[in-house]
Design a protein around this ligand. Structure first.
Ligand SMILES: Cc1cc2nc3c(=O)[nH]c(=O)nc-3n(C[C@H](O)[C@H](O)[C@H](O)COP(=O)(O)OP(=O)(O)OC[C@H]3O[C@@H](n4cnc5c(N)ncnc54)[C@H](O)[C@@H]3O)c2cc1C
Length: 356
């Protein structure tokens, strides 16, 4: 008989906690998740886009060649397990802003690191009469979006049914930590894993880490004409989620860091949207969230510098969908088998901040 009721206690069930939970589940490890679905979560606001080539300069996403194949198989397996549609493989159309941009981008497509992510076929812009693309555009492939709220909800329902999910606000004062393990609500665990997104800033074990959270806002619109399954990306993204519906985002702001929708953000997005779309639309709603970003733009995961049974999986920043599956696997292998973590994501890189 083991000494613990469960090996792991996971705090928080956004895409971070959910990915960790599935890896533990598939590794045959015992765990419970504690989540508070009334608390805000960035994963409920995110558009869920995965995009191998980002930014104005068409930069390949960090670790893309590892992250993308892994993420697709992870989400595909979850669709089967949970019996619902979660993953939409959708190309991204990037209209050129000028002839100069057209030339620069087309030259870049010759780069063998980038070319696998660009469609070889002709410009699909003519099939998208509802956008302004007078200089043509580029089609990025191996991209798409994940329905994160559906994924989180379906996973929660599955874990609840298995008695692996507790719906409450985790309060650190209810926790007893000793060298032997963790005790919470009368149950004993070997290790606690904090997956709290932005709320890590309130966690006294980890609030010394250099989080640089970024607020983001997003719109939902109904378009006057049906839209095709292409994510449009030019400064903002316009993501088709149904025949006449798009999500449009996102803004980046640092002050104040709250979850409130603002008129300024709606104006900013609508101004950019009007330049991009040649059709009318109706604004249906808006949402705000806080991305758990990090000073060096790399995730934060690993074991606490002093307490070997306290750990964190966080810092997914702007790319939770792409990063969470692969890194949750690496993180779980670290916890379970002691496998080394990539030093670029291991919180060890910041231990000097804790000990100073
Ligand atoms: C506007 C916007 C658009 C975005 N678009 C994209 C996109 O297109 N693609 C992409 O990859 N990423 C996108 N992101 C980023 C993405 O949202 C994050 O990378 C990701 O959701 C972070 O997941 P997480 O699980 O770490 O945090 P969260 O989703 O915030 O989850 C943390 C969870 O922990 C819970 N929690 C915290 N403390 C407690 C406690 N004490 N007790 C119980 N529960 C607790 C919270 O309630 C929450 O549910 C976007 C973000 C924003 C704001």
């Amino acid at each position: 008989m083991q000494q613990f009721d469960y090996e792991y206690l996971i705090v928080g069930q956004g895409i971070g906690g959910t990915s960790v939970a599935w890896h533990l589940h598939d590794s045959g490890k015992s765990f419970q998740i504690v989540g508070d679905s009334s608390k805000p979560s960035s994963s409920r606001v995110a558009a869920g886009i995965f995009n191998p080539l980002t930014g104005k300069k068409l930069v390949k996403t960090w670790l893309a060649d590892d992250l993308f194949p892994y993420a697709k198989s992870f989400y595909g397996n979850l669709e089967e397990k949970l019996g619902c549609k979660l993953m939409h493989l959708t190309p991204i159309y990037r209209p050129f802003r000028s002839i100069e941009e057209q030339n620069t981008y087309l030259a870049q497509t010759a780069d063998p690191g980038i070319s696998p992510y660009i469609a070889a076929t002709s410009d699909p812009g003519s099939e998208l009469p509802y956008i302004n693309a007078k200089f043509g555009g580029l089609e990025v492939i191996q991209s798409g979006w994940i329905d994160l709220p559906a994924l989180v909800d379906a996973s929660r329902a599955y874990f609840k049914e298995q008695d692996l999910y507790v719906e409450t606000t985790f309060d650190a004062t209810d926790l007893l930590r000793t060298e032997e393990g963790i005790e919470w609500q009368g149950k004993r665990f070997k290790t606690i894993i904090f997956c709290q997104g932005f709320f890590a800033l309130e966690n006294s074990w980890f609030n010394w880490l250099p989080f640089t959270p970024v607020k983001g806002q997003i719109l939902e619109i109904a378009t006057d004409v049906p839209v095709k399954p292409y994510i449009i990306n030019q400064g903002i993204f316009a993501l088709p989620v149904a025949e006449n519906r798009m999500k449009v985002g996102a803004t980046y702001s640092w002050d104040p860091l709250d979850w409130a929708v603002t008129d300024d953000a709606i104006d900013e997005l609508e101004t950019k949207l009007r330049a991009l779309l040649s059709t009318g639309y109706t604004l249906m709603g808006a949402q705000a969230g806080i991305r758990p970003s990090v000073r060096d733009r790399r995730p934060l995961m690993g074991i606490h510098p002093e307490f070997s049974n306290v750990s964190i999986f966080n810092g997914l920043g702007t790319k939770g969908v792409t990063l969470a599956p692969f890194l949750a696997k690496e993180f779980c292998n670290h916890l379970i088998y002691g496998k080394e973590l990539n030093p670029l994501v291991n919180i060890k890189r910041y231990f000097s901040l804790y000990f100073r």
